[in-house]
Design a protein around this ligand. Structure first.
Ligand code: DGL
Length: 257
C-alpha cells in the first residue's frame, strides 16, 4: 500500500478489518510529501518510478495506491507500466451521491485532487443531478500527520478547512461530504464534531472489498504481519512509531538519514 504519508492508514484499517491474515507492506513516500501541492507531472513521475522499484523489490500480489491524489493523477499511467493488479483510491462521489437527500455534496481533497478531470467524470457519472462543491486543503493533511505524531487536533482546528466547502454558494444545503484524501478519515471524529449536520463518506470500505475480491483465496493466507517503509528516514518517522504500532506496523527503512 502506498501513500505520501500516513493517510493510507485509514485504508489499511478497512483492509485489515476484512482480511486480517494478509501481510501488508505500507509505504509512505515521506521524501515526496506532500503530493497534493505538486504538479500532475511531478506526482505521476514519482509514483510510477517508486511503484516500479517497490514491485521489483517486494514482488507483491497486489498494490493499493492508498492516496486519492496519486490515484486520480497516475492510476492509468501506473497500470500501463506495472504487471501487478493495482487498486486505486478515488473520491467517494458515488456513495456520497447515493446518501445525499439535499442533492448537494462536497468533495474535500487535496488541491491537486479536486482539480482533476477524474473528479469531473465521477461527478458526471454518479452525481449528475447533484451540485458538487469542491475544496482542496493542504492544512487538513498536515493536521492528520501531526495527530499521528501525537499532537492533539481539535474540532476548532479542522473547522476552517470545512468552511472552504460550507462557505461556497449552495454550501448551506450540502448534507454529505466525500473525504477525498486518505488523510482525512483520520480526523473524522473532529470533522463530525465541527459539522454535526454533515455526513462523511470515504472510499476505504469499497477498496477493502475490491482487494478481497481480487485476492480471492490468497486473502486468507499470511500471518497478518505489517511493515512500514519510509522513503526518507528522519526524526518525524521516529515520532510516528507508537501510532504505527497501533496499526500493527513495525518500521523498516528504505531511505537513509
Ligand atoms: N493522502 C493523500 C491523498 O489521499 C495525499 C496527501 C498529500 O500528500 O498531499 O490525496
Amino acid at each position: 500500500m502506498l501513500d505520501s504519508g500516513v493517510g493510507g492508514l485509514s485504508v489499511l484499517d478497512d483492509v485489515r478489518g476484512l482480511l486480517p491474515a494478509i501481510d501488508i507492506v505500507y509505504v509512505a513516500d515521506n521524501a515526496g510529501f506532500p503530493y497534493g501541492t505538486k504538479t500532475e507531472m511531478e506526482v505521476a513521475t514519482r509514483v510510477c518510478a517508486l511503484l516500479g522499484r517497490l514491485t521489483e523489490r517486494l514482488t507483491p500480489d497486489l498494490i493499493v495506491i492508498a492516496c486519492n491524489t496519486a490515484s486520480t493523477i497516475a492510476l492509468a499511467h501506473a497500470r500501463a507500466v506495472l504487471d501487478v493488479p493495482l487498486v486505486g483510491t478515488v473520491p467517494a462521489i458515488k456513495p456520497a451521491a447515493e446518501r445525499s437527500k439535499a442533492r448537494v455534496i462536497g468533495v474535500l481533497g487535496t488541491e491537486a485532487t479536486v482539480r482533476q478531470p477524474y473528479v469531473d467524470r465521477l461527478s458526471a457519472d454518479h452525481a449528475g443531478d447533484c451540485t458538487v462543491l469542491r475544496h482542496g486543503s493542504a492544512r487538513l493533511v498536515e493536521l492528520a500527520e501531526a495527530q499521528l505524531r501525537g499532537a492533539a487536533v481539535t474540532a476548532a482546528d479542522v473547522a476552517p478547512c470545512l468552511a472552504g466547502l460550507t462557505g461556497q454558494q449552495g454550501g448551506e444545503r450540502m448534507d454529505v461530504v466525500a473525504l477525498a484524501c486518505t488523510h482525512f478519515p483520520l480526523l473524522e471524529q473532529q470533522l463530525r464534531e465541527a459539522a454535526p449536520q454533515l455526513d462523511f463518506v470515504d472510499g476505504g470500505p469499497g477498496i477493502a472489498r475490491r482487494v478481497a475480491h481480487l485476492l480471492g483465496g490468497r486473502g486468507q493466507e499470511g500471518s497478518g504481519q505489517g511493515r512500514a517503509l519510509f522513503t526518507r528516514d528522519d526524526e518525524q518517522v521516529d515520532a510516528l512509531a507508537p501510532a504505527l504500532h497501533r496499526y500493527g506496523l513495525t518500521i523498516s527503512n528504505l531511505g537513509s538519514r
